[in-house]
Write a protein that binds this ligand. Structure first.
Ligand code: B12
Ligand code: SF4
Length: 657
């Protein structure tokens, strides 16, 4: 009888005190494992890992024939550490690295492989069919040397960092290869039970209904030609996966309330109507998912709104990824946005349908200036954008941005920053290893100085505190009824001279600078990196909301008094008392409160009373995260990162809304 080939697939995630840094199922290795199981039924044995601890335990007890590792920017160094230690212990094990975090530049791939000689093969793009070819070959030959010489599609080895691309480019790709399992027949890791062991961790199931993106953004790994063709899984498969997940959650009685969609443009396709209908059916039957995390499409807003409004109210966030409103910057990153008038109409339509939206904005694009970046955010605030994801541009592997010529052309300068919660000392196969993950972010370009970059970061914190939290909702309504714009108060807050508030902002700016390093080597010299590895904006949000709540409300009051005439003083005072009560306390479960209004001006706008109330998603998040992040330190440094800004204040309703 021939020997069963043992394959370990690991999509590792940093863990601290048994908590994972990112809380999603390891979908990529699930797909690869599902396909391999189907093809090599009975000839292989697969095991999937997300936890470095479990992976380490498994490796200590038995030798795998093949190890398949997924590389993302948040686990690259951890993954390479494992690869190196596995190779030392088991030199005959074939080690294959894949995933989105692989350079598109052949020289850079070569450099990486030279630095990581334990990695035998490195695969770019879709992994399923290439993994099949590699496993098939290795079962036959058992030779690492031959596997490295063989030339699998989009695969390289240190001896040859150019890709081998076969006569048919699409032959190794799911949904493009002729005579291979099609999208319709492709096995689901959920339905095969491969993910059953991950439910107990209480993380969000990741689901994919399509793959590929028709857009071409140069800072994004999905913007390359390789990803342009969108391939779709049948909706029925998604329905079955969702119901399977909902039933598993009930059966195991675990606290999982949300799913995360991987589709780069969720809701944008006509057939997404069916997908959304299935989500709604599941919500009605199982009260799950209470929240759907997704990156919604970049155009066809009417289709997206129509489709996603089928879901339960408040259970999805639409992401209007604007990134920038500066045409020169957009041209430099080959991105097209919808025009602002259409965007405004969409915000209005979403408001009418009670849909929440979020706009992605990126800092650090070529040709972007401090003025255009800040103006862009303020303009979007006035169009009714409820929340901003304010990203810094990272030089990601697999994108145009990583090319030296592109960086030179735009005067791009970068710094290394430790990724929050991705730092720890591990014991890997008996050896102690300090592992740090970093991101290389743009802090200066030909059009923006470093000082201007910091100024933009200060605006980001202000937007996070006052706008993203929804704390100003009531204030905005009041201001608009007196013909002010929302951005007027944000501009005033930017000019605030409240001392305690300025100290908070200064602390944030100092720590923002302090977390920027020239290289990863410098980080190893720091005694305790813990203080550098928390997301600064969320840390300062916790400092502001949980330790300085009265200051935050004071700043709003001062800004309003400065903006509006003295006849509003009483109304402002009463409104600020309500705002104070909206901010949750991390240690007390939030409760519903009804507040009667006295001031005539306020009554005219809001009616006789307001109701402050936690949403059910907020309650369950606070319950779940409260069990994990209990210490003062964790509450300040980690809680809001996972809770999300919107959940830091109670929902507000007017009269009996
Ligand atoms: C879901 C998701 C997340 C989740 C976490 C996902 C997780 N736990 O794995 C959340 C929401 C937390 C997240 C956050 C971020 N993400 Co994200 N995310 C995604 C997303 C949308 C889906 C990932 C996925 O599961 N796809 C489906 C699977 C099947 O595809 P896949 O991962 O590419 O795997 C296939 C191949 O790569 C290959 N493969 C993978 N592993 C292996 C291994 C072997 C051996 C082989 C042969 C092949 C192979 O085969 C797989 C099947 O075909 C992708 C974009 C996308 N649509 O893929 C971005 C993406 C992974 N994210 C990205 C980024 C940049 C981020 C953020 C930094 C964004 C930000 N600025 O904050 C943060 C970082 C968070 C952090 N600090 O940890 C980048 C990563 C680029 C890189 N070089 O690593 C991506 C690719 C998007 C992009 N903009 O380019 N993300
Ligand atoms: S940023 Fe979004 S739209 Fe642009 S290429 Fe990436 S996934 Fe597609």
């Amino acid at each position: 009888m021939s020997k069963i080939t043992k394959i370990y697939l690991a999509q590792l995630c940093h863990e601290n005190e048994n908590q994972f840094q990112n809380k999603c199922f390891p979908l990529a290795i699930g797909y690869i494992a599902a396909h391999l199981e189907q093809v090599f039924k009975g000839r292989i044995e697969v095991d999937l890992f997300k936890s470095p601890t479990s992976f380490n335990t498994a490796l200590k007890t038995s030798r795998p024939d093949i190890v398949m590792l997924s590389s993302y920017m948040w686990n690259e160094n951890l993954t390479c550490e494992f690869a190196s230690n596995i190779k030392q212990k088991y030199p005959d094990t074939l080690i294959v690295l894949g995933g989105p975090n692989i350079s598109i530049v052949a020289d850079k791939r070569k450099e990486f492989l030279l630095n990581n000689p334990s990695i035998d093969l490195m695969v770019n793009g879709d992994g399923e069919f290439v993994a099949e070819e590699i496993v098939e070959f290795f079962i036959e030959t058992k030779s690492i040397k031959d596997a490295k010489r063989r030339g699998f599609p989009y695969t390289c080895a240190v001896e040859n960092s150019e890709y081998h691309i076969g006569p048919e480019d699409g032959e190794h790709r799911l949904g493009m290869a002729k005579d291979k399992t099609s999208m319709d027949e492709f096995p689901s890791p959920y339905l095969m039970g491969l993910f059953d062991k991950f439910f107990k961790d209480g993380e969000s199931p990741l689901l994919e209904t399509n793959r590929g993106c028709p857009f071409t953004c140069t800072y994004c790994q999905q913007g390359g030609k390789y990803f342009q063709k969108v391939r779709q899984f049948p909706p029925g498969r998604f329905r079955d996966e969702l119901n399977y997940i909902a039933e598993k959650i009930q059966e195991l009685n675990v606290d999982i309330t949300m799913i995360e969609m991987t589709d780069p443009n969720f809701g944008m396709f006509k057939r997404d109507e069916e997908i959304c209908r299935y989500i709604r059916e599941c919500q009605d039957r199982y009260d799950f998912p209470q929240f759907v995390g997704s990156s919604t499409g970049k155009n066809r807003a009417d289709t997206i709104i129509k489709n996603t409004s089928l879901l339960k109210e408040g259970s999805i966030f639409l992401r209007s990824s604007m990134q920038s409103l500066n045409m020169d910057a957009l041209r430099a990153v080959k991105r097209q946005n919808i025009d602002l008038k259409a965007y405004r109409d969409i915000q209005q339509d979403m408001e009418n349908k009670n849909l929440e939206s979020n706009a992605d904005m990126m800092l650090g694009f070529p040709n972007e200036t401090m003025e255009s970046h800040c103006e862009g955010i303020l303009t979007l605030i006035d169009t009714g954008t409820k929340e901003f994801a304010q990203y810094q541009t990272i030089i990601l592997k697999g994108t145009e941005f990583e090319k030296e010529e592109y960086q030179r052309e735009h005067g791009i300068e970068t710094k290394e920053r430790p990724i929050p919660e991705c730092f720890r000392e591990y014991k890997i196969l008996g050896k102690k290893r300090k592992v740090i993950e970093t991101e290389r972010i743009i802090v200066k370009t030909s059009s923006m100085t470093f000082a201007e970059y910091l100024e933009c970061r200060r605006l980001h914190l202000i937007v996070m505190l006052f706008h993203n939290s929804r704390l100003l909702d009531m204030v905005y309504e009041y201001m608009i009824s007196y013909n002010f714009q929302r951005s007027d108060i944000i501009k005033k807050i930017m000019e605030s001279n409240n001392n305690t508030f300025l100290n908070i902002i200064d602390g944030y700016t100092k720590e923002t600078c302090g977390e920027l390093f020239e290289s990863i080597d410098q980080m190893f010299d720091v005694d305790d990196l813990t203080n550098y590895t928390h997301n600064k904006i969320f840390r300062y949000m916790a400092i502001a909301f949980f330790l300085n709540r009265e200051v935050i409300v004071e700043v709003i009051k001062e800004a309003l008094l400065d903006l509006m005439t003295s006849e509003h003083e009483e109304a402002i005072g009463e409104m600020c008392e309500i705002l104070f009560k909206r901010i949750i306390s991390p240690k007390k479960p939030p409760k519903k409160k009804t507040i009667f209004i006295n001031n005539e001006k306020l009554i005219r706008v809001f009616g006789q009373k307001v109701c402050l109330e936690p949403t059910s998603h907020q309650m369950s998040s606070i319950r779940m995260l409260g069990k994990i992040y209990k210490s003062e330190d964790d509450i300040i440094n980690k809680l809001i990162y996972h809770l999300r800004p919107k959940n830091t204040v109670l929902k507000i309703g007017y009269n009996d809304e």
